[in-house]
Structure formats: C-alpha cells, structure tokens
Write a protein that binds this ligand. Structure first.
Ligand code: FMN
Ligand code: SF4
Length: 518
C-alpha cells in the first residue's frame, strides 16, 4: 500500500508553516525514492499543534506536531511513515486530549478527509442527509430541522426551522438560499475551517435548505480575507455540479439547486444580513429596515433564507441521524453542539466542538489551558467585538444562549478571546466605540454619531476630566445606542463598553489613581 501523508492546507496551518513542511516532505520523499500520496486535508482545529502532519498506518492514523521543516529528515529517519517515535510524535489524533474531549458532529470530517474528494466525503457519511431529505416532503424536512432545536450560529440564535418555514410558506417565482460566510467576529474561524476542510457539508446543507424551502439558487457570501476558502469552495461546487449533487436534478431527483460563491469587500457591517443582501446585489452594504424580513422579501426582493455557515453545515448530520439525536445534546433551549473558537492570549488556541452547557471557566482554564503568557486571566470577550467582557467571577456561566443573556452577554458566533491581567479595560471599551464608529454604515444616528461621542467621552474619563459625570454620560449614551439603533452593530456595542465599566471599575478611575493602583 502506498503510504498516505496528511498535511493541512488550512490557512491557519499554512500561516504556521504547513506549506514549507509539505515542500520539505515532498523533497525528502523524492530524495529517498519513496512513493507516497500527500493529502492536503483541513485542520482538526488544534492550532497549537499545527502544522500537524498525520500518516495512515496499519494501526490507524498517527499524528506529529507541531512539525517544522527542520524536523522532516529526522521524521523519516525515525520511520514516521509507519508511525515511528519522534519528539513531535502525538499518537492517534483522536486520543489527543484537546480532540478526544470534543463531540464532533458538524466538524466530524474536518481535518480527517480530503476536502475535495467527494468519494472520501461519501465514505465518511456525506450525502446521507441529502439522500434522506429527498425522500421527505419540504414541510417534513422543515419539521425535522425545527424539531432538532437548531438555532442560528451566526449570532442571533434564531431558530433555523422557523426561518425556513417562513420561506417555505411565502410564495415567490424565485427563492434564494444565502450563506453568510462573512465571519467578521474577532477570534472566530469556524466558518473558514469548514469551507476549507469540509466544503461539501456546506454544499449539502444549502441544497437541503433549497429543497426544504423551494429555493433553486444559493449564494455563499465569503469575506475577501478568506482566499483559500473561496478557492476550495469554488472547486467543490464544480465537483458537486459534475457529480450531479448540484444542478437541474439533484442526485437524480426532480429538485433543481445550484450555487455560486461571491466575495465581499471587507466591511464588518456586511455580515449583517440585510447589508449583506445589498452588497450581494452590487450595492453599497447598508442595513435595511425590517420589515420586510428577508424571508419575505430578501435577495432581489425574493423570499430568502439567510443562514450562517455553521447553521447550514449542521443540517446534514441532523437529516442523517435524526432530529432527536441532535437535540439530545445541549441544555435548555440551546440544543446540539457548538464549535467554540478559543483565541487571544490562551495556551491551547483552537476550535472545540462540544454540546452546549460547558462553563466558561472549563473552556478557558481546562480546555484553553489559561493564558499563553502564564499570567492570570483578567477578562474573556465572548461573541465577537459586540460581545461582553466576562470577569473570572462569571466563569460559572454555562455556554448557553439564555445563560449568557441573563449575565448581560451573548454567545454570538461562539468566539472567545482571552485577556490576561495586563489588559486595560478602559482601552477595550474605547476600542469597542471606535470599532463601531469605523464600521457603522451610517444609516442611524445613535450608532453613527453616538459611537464617535462615545470615544470622545471615554477619552475624557481617561484624562481624568469629570470622570463621574462622563461615566454617567457613557452609560446614558449606551442606553440610547442599545434601544435606538437600527441593527446590532450600534445596538450591541454597549455590551463590551458597559461590561468593562461594570466588572472592571478600577480601570475607569482617573489616570493618576490608575497609575498609583498599578
Ligand atoms: C454588524 C453585524 C455583523 C454580523 N456579522 C455576521 C457574520 O459575519 N456572519 C454571520 O453569520 N452572521 C452575522 N451577523 C448576523 C446576521 O445578521 C444574521 O443574523 C445571520 O446571518 C443569520 O444566520 P443564522 O440564523 O444562521 O445565524 C451579523 C449581524 C450584525 C448586526
Ligand atoms: S446601528 Fe449602525 S450599522 Fe446598524 S443601521 Fe444603524 S448606523 Fe448602520
């Protein structure tokens, strides 16, 4: 049997040197006259071990990492093609604690299969969900998705089945499925990992969404900063079309569905669903007032499902294993699994898919291993730039939509960014207002003007100018933004600002006092 070597082509792994490692392995193979197949897989998400190289042995896969080009000669000398020992030896990948503790449903194939092999996809359960869906009526598919409890993973946590039902029940000569792959939240990379590591699962999920709602065309709106994901998705769509997964007759059925990949131009607000639609239509991305909902009047005025990558990529496993199977994971109204993206100043950064319900403390301290600097954790921002900063005192909060909302926070796209005790929370609050000012689409006053006034007011607090009066002004301003903004960019910026003020009041003391306290 020809040895098989897996070297991630995932852009996170590439950023850590995977391409150089791949070249070193290829030239070592040539020099030694060894015939081997190199598979450029996705990442399993343990980024602290990337580039993680795996070999398929008679006893299963064996991983090595993080591999440097300078390790390659000694890896061959140590017999790594048959799983030989080496200082980078990690053993069976699914026994690596960070991976072994996960519940991989949506990411089951990511890092395991060849992303562009439909055969490999099918061998690992791919297309089972679509095949099952084709045997059901659209209403029955929607009922399954509703029953599974799946909620939108893009940020708002809206029930996916209810959104689909609205589109199914709305008549239109054309309907669309739009996949939101703008992934603008800080510290998030789940959408990118799936698109690069298991693109067919997104294609399958979108196709099921099309069949369920009567849409025949889909668009994936990908941020321009993801060139690798764009390339992989384009190739995967072509392969799926040739194989009859997409096209006039999906898997030989009476249903038609096709899709295209579109690239954004780098505005955070274009991740907001209505601004995204404007951008997709070729206009400047501006938020639309609702109603009408996109489900009634979306892309080009037609009924449209807009879902995040992870929402759509979670549908195939639901349709394969059943709504009850999926629903059995999780807690409360947060059902199934969620890919938590652990980033920032953290020892073990990466993607951790788990059922809802782990506490924030377990995620940061046990899974993430605390800070990379070894200093105490001061704050964790959950849910992107619009998410609240959680202090250690709130580490018992379970990862659950309602539990986070009850603590004035949000899960968002499940990105968590860890900060150590050197973080200045006044600067973080200022950054939130500044980010909002830069990214505001300008449509409504509380966001457009309020964010700039917010930066100025926080600067006055930092300078020790009437701190109490200005803190009260920031609080008042946050209330205006929260209740008066048209979308969540202006409406949620108060979360990082107010959580910083509430949980870290010492950081907002006038400058001389702050310096004296340090
Ligand atoms: C400013 C702003 C940025 C957003 N960015 C994203 C994004 O990058 N990706 C995403 O899926 N949803 C984003 N959302 C949420 C979308 O508006 C929308 O709720 C989501 O695409 C719906 O899909 P879901 O129900 O599957 O989560 C953003 C919302 C706002 C207000
Ligand atoms: S809150 Fe900001 S981004 Fe949203 S519509 Fe208003 S101005 Fe635009």
């Amino acid at each position: 049997m020809i040895p098989r070597i897996y070297i991630p082509g995932d852009s996170g792994a590439l950023a850590l040197g995977a391409e150089k490692v791949a070249k070193a392995i290829a030239s070592e193979l040539a020099e030694r006259g060894i015939e081997a197949k190199i598979v450029r897989n996705g990442s399993r998400g343990a980024y602290f071990l990337e580039p993680m190289v795996e070999v398929a042995t008679a006893n299963g896969r064996v991983a090595y990492g993080p591999v440097k080009p300078s390790d390659v000669k000694s890896l061959f000398d140590g017999g790594f093609l048959t799983g030989g020992h080496h200082k980078r030896w990690l053993g069976a990948p699914d026994k690596i604690p960070f991976l072994a503790k996960q519940t991989r449903l949506t990411f089951a194939r990511c890092g395991v299969t060849d992303p562009l092999s439909l055969e490999s996809y099918k061998k690992h359960g791919g297309l089972n969900g679509l095949t099952n869906a084709l045997g059901l009526t659209p209403a029955a598919i929607v009922a399954q998705v509703t029953e599974s409890g799946l909620r939108g993973r893009g940020g708002a946590g809206f029930p996916t089945g209810i959104k689909w039902k609205t589109v199914l029940d709305t008549s239109g000569d054309r309907k669309y499925i739009v996949c939101n792959a703008d992934e603008g939240d800080s510290g998030t990379f789940a959408d990118r990992m799936i698109m690069e590591g298991d693109p067919f699962v997104l294609i399958e999920g979108m196709t099921i969404a099309g069949i369920a709602t009567g849409a025949t065309k889909g668009f994936v709106y990908v941020r321009s900063e993801y060139p690798h994901a764009v390339a992989v998705m384009n190739k995967a769509v072509e392969i799926a079309r040739k194989a009859g997964v997409l096209g006039a007759s999906v898997l030989g059925s009476a249903y038609a569905f096709d899709m295209e990949i579109r690239v954004g131009a780098g505005a955070y607000v274009c991740g907001e669903e209505t601004a995204l639609l404007d951008s997709l239509e070729g206009k400047r991305g501006m938020v639309r007032a609702k109603p009408p909902l996109p489900a009634h009047k979306g892309l080009f005025g037609k009924p449209t499902v807009i879902n995040n990558v992870i929402s759509l990529a979670s549908v195939p496993v639901i349709m394969d294993k059943g709504a009850t199977f999926y629903k059995d994971f999780g807690m409360g109204r947060s059902r199934g699994t969620i890919p938590i993206q652990i980033a920032g100043n953290v020892k073990y950064a990466g993607l951790f898919e788990a059922a809802f319900g782990m506490t924030l403390g377990e995620i940061v301290d046990e899974i993430g291993g605390g800070t990379a600097t070894g200093r105490p954790v001061k704050a964790v921002q959950v849910g992107g730039p619009l998410g609240a900063y959680f202090p250690r005192a709130l580490f018992d909060t379970p990862f659950d939509y309602e539990a986070f909302a009850a603590k004035d926070g949000l899960i968002g796209h499940a990105g968590i960014v860890v900060f150590d005790d050197t973080a200045d929370m006044l600067k973080q609050a200022r950054f939130a207002m500044e980010f909002c000012a830069i990214e505001s689409c300008g449509k409504c006053t509380p966001c457009r003007i309020g964010s700039t006034r917010g930066v100025e007011t926080i600067d006055r607090i930092a300078a020790g100018i009437e701190p109490e009066k200005n803190l009260a002004l920031v609080t008042d301003l946050c209330n205006t933004m929260k209740f008066g903004s048209l979308c969540a960019l202006g409406g949620f910026t108060p979360y990082p600002v107010m959580s910083s003020i509430t949980h870290f009041p010492d950081d907002f003391k006038p400058a001389p006092v702050r310096v004296a306290a340090e």
